[in-house]
Design a protein around this ligand. Structure first.
Ligand code: MTE
Length: 331
């Protein structure tokens, strides 16, 4: 991954404003764009952020969302909404951290949005993103650690649904062993796709058992609001024990396959980025240490350092997926 040092950081002072929690009353299900209008999202709507307390409903992507207490560790302090939505990696919209927010909001349309679920399954379908969320039973909120391979981290309240629900809906055949996630291709709207920073479209993959793990999630919102374009609207993958490059944004195709798929960053630099990309403090990137990470928004613009946790703190839950594997080889 291109690593840019401090001059790349261009967040406004407002980005360090502490969160002010607020409560939203239950809302009827409404189209996502309607909800964006209601909130004045994109300008005034940014002022309010909410980390939803248990049993309070709010709306994300036009859907009610509710905190899932099983995924709300009180020791985790969520990063501010402003940081989460203005310090981004989304090369389709530029390689600087501050590029995606302005560039992904200059007319790129993420609604309506169709996603294709295909491959070695019994229920292939092309479906509208909002209809898919409805079929998945709506949204819930989970607070997860987020760790980028570039050695920085955040804590993010995601809204969305478990990926295992989508897999059950797709109904894989026994030959399906992996799932691929292809993200959008639209060079007219995405200036980065008119250049060669990466091969397009960006795509990622998981082993089917990883994808079926309880922690694997499809995000449709952040902090109880529809997921902003720069964070991968309307659907993006979240796998919290893996480095952030696994979290494909703005997914258009989910394909069930028999063999381990290629993935964008492994294709670009296989000596630096692997298929598994599990967070591991003992396996350094060839160009930097992974033993510690900068916590974005904590203590200074570039964040205080803290120790990296094995599997990003989810070791108890996921280590069993890799029993007997040499994690230095399968990095
Ligand atoms: N998905 C697409 N389509 N394009 C990208 O450039 N960057 C990845 C991942 N998903 C990327 C992507 C990387 S490197 C990271 S760290 C995360 O998205 C960043 O997510 P965030 O901007 O929401 O923090």
């Amino acid at each position: 991954m291109l690593i840019r040092i401090p001059k790349d950081w261009a967040l406004p002072e407002s980005a360090v404003t502490p969160e002010r929690d607020y409560h939203l009353r239950p809302r009827p299900v409404s189209p996502r764009r309607e909800f964006l209008k209601t909130l004045g999202y994109g300008a005034a709507g940014l002022a309010g952020t909410s980390l939803l307390p248990g049993n309070v409903f709010a709306t994300t992507a036009g859907f009610p969302t509710r905190v899932n207490p099983d995924f709300r560790d009180p020791a985790l302090v969520p990063t501010s909404y402003d940081y989460i939505t203005s310090y981004n990696n989304f090369y389709e919209f530029g390689t600087g951290k501050a590029d995606p927010k302005p560039n992904a909001n200059k007319g790129w349309k993420t609604e309506p949005w169709t996603v294709e679920i295909t491959g070695l399954i019994r229920n292939p379908v092309k479906i509208d993103a909002n209809d898919l969320v409805m079929k998945m039973g709506g949204a819930e909120q989970r607070v997860y650690r987020f760790r980028c391979v570039e050695a920085w981290s955040m804590v993010i309240p995601w809204d969305g649904f478990p990926l295992s629900k989508l897999i059950a809906f797709a109904d894989p055949k026994p030959e399906a062993k992996y799932v691929t996630f292809t993200t959008f291709l639209d060079p007219k709207s995405a200036p980065g796709q008119r250049g060669g920073a990466l091969e397009w479209p960006y795509f990622e993959g998981l082993r089917l058992d990883e994808a079926n793990h309880d922690l694997s999630f499809i995000a449709t919102g952040i902090y109880g609001k529809p997921i902003p374009n720069q964070n991968g609207a309307p659907l993006r993958l979240v796998v919290p024990w893996k480095y952030g490059f696994k979290y494909g944004k703005s997914i258009v195709k989910i394909d069930f396959v028999a063999r381990e798929p290629r993935n964008t960053w492994k294709m670009m630099a296989s000596h630096e980025y692997g298929f598994y990309a599990n967070v591991n403090p003992t396996v350094d990137h060839p160009r930097w240490s992974q033993a510690s990470e900068r916590v974005i928004g904590a203590g200074g613009v570039l964040g205080q350092r803290q120790r990296t946790l094995m599997f990003n703190g989810y070791e108890k839950q996921v280590a069993g997926l890799y029993t007997g594997m040499d994690l230095r080889k399968f990095y």
